[in-house]
Design a protein around this ligand. Structure first.
Ligand SMILES: [Zn+2]
Length: 482
């Protein structure tokens, strides 16, 4: 006897999209078969006729554990930052079933215990499954870098680094995991990651040019918030990506750039890939939807997250990369802010990062990619789930509708047509996508065989999500595999 059968839907499997029935027992997919093929009885049958059935979304980039106080103080007093519970709640409503957070690597003691301690705010607050990237910075000792194998052996293969502090000292959040790593440490770290078969995620922005842009901003009339793209400029991304790629080539590390925003950054990834390097790119839904003209609106800072939105030709080039080859997956960089948080900063120094896109990522990518630009359903599943699952070592447990995989399944109803409003969303109080026309939306979301969301009802609990151990498939680290 099965627990659930999902029948009648157009299902995206690793071998392509087609009409398949899915059998689920416990937490796992146990059958994917042609419609009408004999399956054992099931306790529940979900009729997905007319719907699209895809692997549950994998969101590789959220900042949740760092938001729990007193790690980052409230930016607007009395308005609490959003931690794991809000992030995973937005995710599950939007069809994302697995998320990846960030935790800093300590220098002393048991470094794996340090990571577990940092994410100890997740159990009991998780509507999704989760893991964390480990973050190294220039505050880490060479000894801590040499101990990377302890992290990968504990199921945390992905390391995040920043090449910039993003803001000059007077603008930094007091306790933040955003801290740059120098090239000396980075080259050492890349060797460690390459040797042990992990993956490096890089926030690439040239620190010296960024800081000089801040230094000269007032004099050059670039102090107001709507100049963010002139501080975190195309050149800033271009130079950093190229330096990091050279270092990656010398060390052989498998890596990706987080939140690519500029056509120059994408070009640098494309060139590296054309030379056979295992270099990949992530893009934010925010950067696919908006350009820096939006900053000029009266509350235009609500569209911002770091590094910055760029120009329309950059936005179109990002779509080109996502539709074809050189960008591998979408992400949010979610650090759930409120509207008050978001509009409190009025200049390039005090404007706030973070955005609330986690709930709309799957739906908006479906509308803007599949419906409007003819993205194939296979590519849609790749860029919202499968590729991130592969890159970060969840695959094939996550990111696939296949026998043996976790039954993490999102059902999209393509007949939903609406203008998005904040009332459609479930977390926080504003959305940059207010009024966005969508066609198709996730209506049923299943996590390891349990229906979490169905027809506008939340059925899951914050105790349902689990920490998932990861291991990256070696072929992904040898050449561009997707
Ligand atoms: Zn981030």
């Amino acid at each position: 006897m099965l627990d659930t059968i999902i029948k009648g839907g157009r299902v995206v499997t690793p071998t392509g999209a087609g009409h398949w029935d899915i059998g689920i027992l416990g937490e796992k997919i146990v059958a994917v078969c042609i419609p009408g093929a004999p399956l054992p009885e099931a306790k529940e049958v979900i009729d997905a006729t007319g719907k699209i059935v895809v692997p549950g979304g994998v969101e590789p980039h959220i900042h949740a554990a760092s938001n729990v106080q007193p790690r980052i103080p409230e930016s607007v007093p009395g308005v609490p930052n959003a931690g794991p519970r809000d992030h995973s709640l937005g995710a599950i409503w939007g069809g994302t079933t697995t998320v990846v957070d960030f935790a800093p690597v300590p220098n002393e003691g048991d470094i794996v215990a340090g990571i577990h301690d940092y994410i100890s705010v997740w159990p009991g607050n998780a509507y999704t499954d989760y893991s964390t990237h480990c973050v190294y910075s220039s505050s880490n000792t060479p000894d801590a870098i040499s101990r990377y194998s302890e992290l990968i052996n504990a199921g945390f293969p992905s390391i995040k680094i920043f090449t910039t502090d993003t803001k000059p000292p007077e603008g930094r959040i007091p306790i933040s995991i955003v801290a740059k790593m120098d090239m000396g440490r980075l080259s050492d770290l890349m060797e460690q990651i390459a040797k042990h078969g992990g993956v490096l995620a890089v926030h690439g922005a040239d620190d010296e040019i960024t800081m000089y842009n801040y230094l000269t901003a007032k004099k050059r009339g670039r102090w107001d918030w709507h100049n963010a793209h002139l501080i975190h400029s195309n050149l800033v991304e271009d130079l950093a990506f190229r330096r990091v790629v050279w270092l990656a080539e010398r060390t052989g590390v498998g890596m990706y750039f987080v939140h690519v925003t500029a056509k120059e950054g994408l070009e640098s990834i494309a060139e590296a890939r054309s030379r056979g390097m295992p270099v990949y790119g992530e893009v934010l839904t925010l950067a696919l939807s908006f350009n820096c003209d939006r900053y000029k609106e009266e509350d235009g800072m609500k569209y911002h997250t770091f590094p910055s939105l760029k120009y329309e030709d950059d936005r179109l080039r990002l779509w080109d990369g996502l539709l074809h080859q050189d960008l591998a997956f979408t992400a949010t960089d979610s650090g759930f802010t409120t509207y008050l948080d978001k509009i409190a900063g009025r200049n390039v120094l005090d404007m706030r990062g973070g955005n609330v896109g986690i709930e709309i990522r799957m739906g908006v990518t479906y509308t803007d990619g599949v419906v409007k630009q003819g993205m194939s359903l296979e590519r849609y599943a790749d860029v919202t789930s499968t590729n991130a699952a592969k890159m970060l070592g969840f695959y094939p447990r996550k990111g696939a509708i296949a026998v043996g995989s976790d039954a993490d399944i999102t059902i999209i109803d393509p007949s939903v047509k609406k203008s998005l409003s904040i009332d459609d969303l479930h977390v926080r109080d504003y959305s940059p996508w207010e009024g966005w026309q969508v066609e198709g939306w996730p209506t049923t979301v299943m996590l390891r065989g349990k229906v979490m969301v169905d027809k506008g009802q939340l059925l899951g609990q914050p105790t349902d999500g689990q920490l998932i151990s990861r291991k990256v498939e070696p072929s992904i680290l040898q050449r561009p595999a997707f």
